[in-house]
Unconditional design. Structure first.
Length: 386
């Protein structure tokens, strides 16, 4: 544990209260305005929520993975858009820097990310490079003591708010005619970097994504993450291993919220003269959802503990992401079913969550990519034993 039990419990109960009393009542407003209100952002900053996983020496709380997923369970209990605003600073936006950045890069950026003064974004995906991330085409050509970036990144979470982008681009490599992938730290406002219009999405309103366009965008050599070219793909994969575990925890939280709402509804709603919760077919849906959410919770906690023991968790993080994101999809579907006609109406949060959770099976690696990662690692492991 990075924090002593008492301090962590206090942090967790503060977060639970914040979610329940401050975030849940504002969910509809966020969905309607497609914005996280400024007063909520300010409270998030005050609570230190932007720096949960950033080391203490850089102004964060330095939580270990088990602590982080425990808090992500709580954050998952409200609209994913709230978590998304903090998610990139704690996860994919900062972790590349924490894992592979130079001391100077960490000193320069991490305190700003930890305080929430600066939002970080992870710019990997392109129109022709989604699941096949390694085929990305954004180029970074050497130009004297710097690089010139050209290309377009797609669906980049928090891009419209971001002050810092970790951009993955192809650099020349004498050993590889295709070039190799390098990560760059590029600040918003750098000439040649522009942000596209905000994407219109199925759900998760309030979490903004857009294109990020590089047109002859010049960055100094010191912008290369870790000041080492050709390391970008490994960095991206390591960041995603961790990100997948975090997202799995958010899925568990969302499932628990959907189950709680469904149970309350089922106990209140009467048909055939009694609460529908008394009917065994409704009970079966509640029980299946409860058992599946519990299984995902256990998987996530176990994998987070293994990560804290410095074990390689690529396979298990992919198992968690696959199972938890599919699980919350099933739970959301049952939640709509339990609510009946009301579940299809926007008056209840269920309809919104149903759309919101659909993304979990897609981003940070689709279910099919997780299957591929799991099976490939199983085969690799077995081959090494033969
Ligand atoms: N940790 C560290 N290194 C890793 C790694 C991991 N989890 N996974 C792969 N690598 C390394 C490999 O060791 C290999 O290194 P060498 O070239 O030195 O041998 C290199 O990265 C390439 O790996 P691999 O051959 O597995 O790459 P592929 O292109 O075949 O595919 C997948 C990798 C499909 C797993 C990857 O492209 C992927 O995760 N795609 C989904 C991308 C994604 O999640 N996008 C979401 C957008 S971000 S929100």
């Amino acid at each position: 544990m990075a924090l002593d039990t008492e301090t962590f419990d206090l942090l967790k109960s503060t977060l639970q209260r914040f979610v329940r009393e401050r975030l849940v009542p504002r969910e509809d407003e966020v969905a309607e305005t497609n914005t996280i209100p400024e007063d909520i952002r300010a409270e998030m900053r005050e609570l230190g929520l932007f720096g949960l996983s950033i080391p203490e020496e850089f102004g964060g709380l330095g939580l270990d993975m088990e602590e982080e997923v425990n808090l992500a369970f709580e954050l998952g209990r409200t609209s994913p858009a709230f978590r998304s605003l903090l998610g990139t600073n704690n996860g994919i936006g900062s972790q590349g820097l924490i894992m592979d950045g130079t001391e100077a890069q960490k000193q320069h950026y991490l305190p700003k990310l930890a305080s929430g003064e600066m939002i970080a974004s992870f710019a990997l995906t392109e129109a022709e490079a989604g699941s096949d991330a390694r085929s990305l085409r954004t180029s970074a050509k050497r130009d004297g003591d710097g690089f010139i970036l050209n290309g377009t990144k797609r669906y980049i979470t928090n891009a419209p708010h971001a002050g810092l982008f970790t951009v993955f681009a192809r650099t020349e490599d004498p050993d590889n005619p295709e070039g190799s992938i390098t990560a760059f730290l590029v600040e918003a406002g750098t000439p040649g970097l522009s942000i596209g219009s905000v994407d219109k999405k199925m759900g998760q309103q309030g979490s903004l994504t857009s294109d990020v366009v590089f047109e002859d965008c010049r960055v100094p050599a010191s912008a290369v993450l870790g000041e080492k070219t050709g390391q970008g793909f490994r960095t991206a994969m390591k960041v995603l291993d961790r990100g997948r575990l975090h997202i799995s925890a958010v899925c568990v939280g969302a499932a628990e919220r959907l189950i709680a709402d469904s149970l309350d509804y089922a106990m209140e709603r009467k048909q055939f003269g009694q609460p529908i919760a008394e009917f065994q077919l409704v009970q079966a849906m509640l029980a299946d959802s409860r058992a599946e959410a519990f299984a995902a919770r256990c998987m996530v906690l176990e994998t987070a503990r293994a990560k804290d023991r410095a074990e390689v968790v690529t396979t298990d993080a992919a198992c968690c992401k696959m199972y938890a994101s599919e699980m919350v999809g099933r739970v959301a579907d049952r939640a709509v079913q339990i609510h009946g006609g009301a579940g299809y109406m926007s008056e209840y949060a269920i309809e919104r969550f149903y759309r919101d959770v659909r993304l979990f099976r897609i981003y940070e690696g689709t279910t099919q990519i997780q299957q591929l990662v799991i099976a490939r690692n199983m085969i690799k492991q077995r081959k090494s034993e033969l």
